[in-house]
Design a protein around this ligand. Structure first.
Ligand SMILES: *[C@@H]1O[C@H](CO)[C@@H](O)[C@H](O)[C@H]1NC(C)=O
Ligand SMILES: *[C@@H]1O[C@H](CO)[C@@H](O)[C@H](O)[C@H]1NC(C)=O
Ligand SMILES: *[C@@H]1O[C@H](CO)[C@@H](O)[C@H](O)[C@H]1NC(C)=O
Length: 374
């Protein structure tokens, strides 16, 4: 271990290429959640909103963190829907945190700990990466075999921020490509991805109360017809644990209306929950599906084509893969994972910007054959 660490330092100081960490990303066929492999063998569910990572702690003793340390404060700096953990009564006081399952919303009370993360292929050894222990009930509804949850948020203890703290040459940036099938790999690529010609950028909006990623759009259109105009400062959020893009009730109603206009003439099918608007699959053909545009300032669009807007549900039925968030939805638009699949997305925290490619499929590529290093 120690040798490996020295080697990684040496290889960097001798003007080698900047360190980069490419981790394979999989889609779980049962839960449709996405996992990355850390240490080459440990699958962690990715969450781009979680304040910190967590994993099942070994039954053997694990390192603990003292109360009132920087990391303990960082793990708790955000308002959390979880109850505050009790102050531990042990001496010295050990840091307790509240990890949360983003699917079931259940909370736990657990010790903050740390671990080493290695990538032998890249000769990278990252020491003292802080995360929380997680008791078994926290794993409910997660993919079988997952050992924990990997935070890729804006929070100080997210993986990319800690990786960059340990290895300053690694920028606080990651590129992500979610695969559309569990039979194919995607990837999370930590560090500076090269500026790909397919990428457009927009500023990240920040909110002191949350660690997730928000961007501003001017409007949302279906088939070039406007559904809603927005202030670019209002913010729409991105989530890897929300399966489908979710729209507030009034936006959803207009959105479906526009979509149905665009699909005029295609036979409808009975709706299949959670979807409301379904069509005869064999009559659709993805080029028939109206394009959906998220319009950014400066004339840039994130365009969503059929592969990211229609979900086949079997029995010659395909459905509009957007959901109604209801009247009480806190946000007008939350971009869900299905709409991000086979799109190259760059979360560049250092430069506070978000990069998006629109579908790689229209360029004859996909997440499984995309070359991040070119
Ligand atoms: C992390 O690596 C160090 C060597 O640098 C080793 O002493 C320590 O036991 C490792 N910690 C864990 C939790 O594996
Ligand atoms: C990342 O790339 C940008 C340009 O694309 C450059 O300005 C920045 O210095 C790079 N950061 C690192 C840590 O290499
Ligand atoms: C962006 O989307 C809008 C609405 O669909 C469309 O009118 C406009 O032409 C698009 N711009 C680009 C550059 O594709």
């Amino acid at each position: 271990m120690i040798n490996l660490f020295l080697f990684s330092l040496l290889s960097i100081s001798s003007a080698q290429p900047l360190p980069r960490l490419l981790t394979p990303l999989n889609k779980d066929p049962i839960t449709s959640l996405y996992t990355i492999l850390l240490n080459s063998i440990d699958p962690y569910v990715i969450d781009i909103a979680a304040p910190f990572s967590w994993r099942r702690c070994p039954s053997a003793p694990h390192p603990t963190v003292a109360c009132f340390t920087a990391e303990c404060t960082q793990a708790q700096y955000l308002p959390s829907p979880c109850p505050l953990p009790p102050i531990s009564s042990t001496t010295p006081c050990k840091c307790m945190v509240s990890p949360r399952n983003p699917i079931t919303q259940s909370c736990a009370c657990a010790q903050l700990t740390y671990t080493n993360i290695t990538d032998r292929g890249a000769h990278i050894f990252l020491k003292h990466i802080f995360l929380s222990c997680a008791p078994n009930p926290l794993f409910e509804s997660l993919p079988k075999g997952a050992v924990g949850l990997a935070s890729l948020s804006l929070a100080p203890l997210s993986l990319q921020n800690q990786f960059s703290d340990r290895l300053p040459q690694l920028s606080r940036t990651f590129a992500m490509c979610l695969p559309s099938a569990s039979s194919r790999n995607g990837a999370v690529y930590f560090g500076n991805a090269s500026d790909h010609s397919l990428l457009s950028y927009t500023p990240l909006l920040t909110n002191p109360k949350t660690a997730d990623y928000a961007v501003g759009i001017k409007g949302l259109s279906v088939g070039k017809h406007s559904v809603i105009a927005m202030s670019p400062f209002e913010g729409i959020r991105l989530s890897t644990v929300v399966p489908y893009t979710t729209l507030a009730a009034d936006v959803y109603a207009r959105f479906v209306e526009r979509f149905e206009e665009g699909m005029m003439g295609v036979p409808k099918m009975k709706s299949v929950p959670p979807f409301t608007t379904c069509y005869k699959d064999s009559a659709v053909g993805f080029s028939r599906v109206p394009r959906i545009d998220l319009e950014f300032d400066g004339g840039k669009n994130w365009t969503i084509f059929g592969a990211n807007s229609m979900r086949r549900v079997g029995g010659d039925t395909t459905c509009l893969a957007f959901l109604d968030g209801g009247e009480k939805a806190a946000l007008k638009i939350v971009i869900g994972a299905f709409q991000m699949e086979d799109n190259l997305l760059v979360f560049d925290v250092d430069r506070s910007r978000f990069g998006f490619s629109s579908s790689l499929l229209s360029e004859g590529m996909s997440c499984s054959n995309f070359n991040f290093t070119k």
